[in-house]
Design a protein around this ligand. Sequence first.
Ligand SMILES: [Zn+2]
Length: 112
Amino acid sequence: MLGIACSECASIGSYRATSDAFFECLECHHGIIPEDLCLEPSEIWTVNDGGILGSIIDPAESLREMSIAIDEYMEADHDSVGQLQSLRCFRDAVFMLQGALEAGVPYPIVKK
Ligand SMILES: [Zn+2]
């Protein structure tokens, strides 16, 4: 999980959940709601065990990147740099998927 930077004091990973479903910066007490976040389309927000707000890559995006990496691997020349790059992309997507699952995001059901 990547911590969200405070829009007021730039402290990273300092937004903690409050009892009224908001998040408040531990450093400057700036408050936000998840709808205030500007995340990339591939990211989703999450809260860790300590109540800290952060973002992770959407597991559906990780699965999409894994599929692309496999296609690129199959299309690359045997024992080429392209194959190594594809494997690296696949590994990175697996780590992102693992992070999402560890954060409690359900494994996505992908319809064919
Ligand atoms: Zn702050």
